[in-house]
Design a protein. Sequence first.
Length: 252
Amino acid sequence: MRDGHRYTHVRLSIYPDGGVARLRVHGEVVPDPRFLGGTIDLAAAENGGQVVACSEEYYSPAASLIQPGRARTMAEGWENARRRGGGNDWVIVRLAVPGPIRYAELDTTCFAGNAPGWARLSAAPGPGPGGTVPPAGPPAPSAGTWAELLPRTRLQPDTRHRFLVAAPAPAAFGRLDVYPDGGMARLRLWGEAGPEARRRAAARWLGTLPAGQATAVLESAGMAPEMAGQIGAAAAGRWGLLPGGIRAAFLP
């Protein structure tokens, strides 16, 4: 089943009763653009960031790196297996919205005896005007498109590291390399969404709201109820119907 609307709650009804082992609801995060202003974690899952590739995830998934909050155990981070050959482990994140990365957080909390010895950060722009990336995201960039944000740097176990990026540049993907392997609790990539990226995010968000919610949101932004109802009921292209003053309310 595929539905183009944005939902915040799901209800499961079973008849007349009985046990259910798991409920999985798969989809994509559609962030509220009003919370994308200023410096945000561009990699965060709650903002729409997504792990799109990794070298391996033997003990726990790489997607744990961008989950909310602090990791309480190794199982809540990314724990990879020890390497017996050459190479190193790595993970690639599609940012929630493209923008320059100002500083990064590499958190090895809970990983005392199996943290990486070193780490390196890189970034790559996305295709399209202004480095923007479509919601579903393109494939991860090829090896030749990455620019180094943080050179190979020594890490400490069970430590929350923070690094300033000397020369921020527009990015749509972030890549973390750990050497040679080792667990990481969290990866945070802090920066600002670019103007075009915020506009696209606002248009996407408004277009996925159910009609009633879209109407209420437009009224709260100062639009007259009658017009808000008409635009809220539109099946597509809501953003293009908005006056400039109302658009500004969704572009912090």
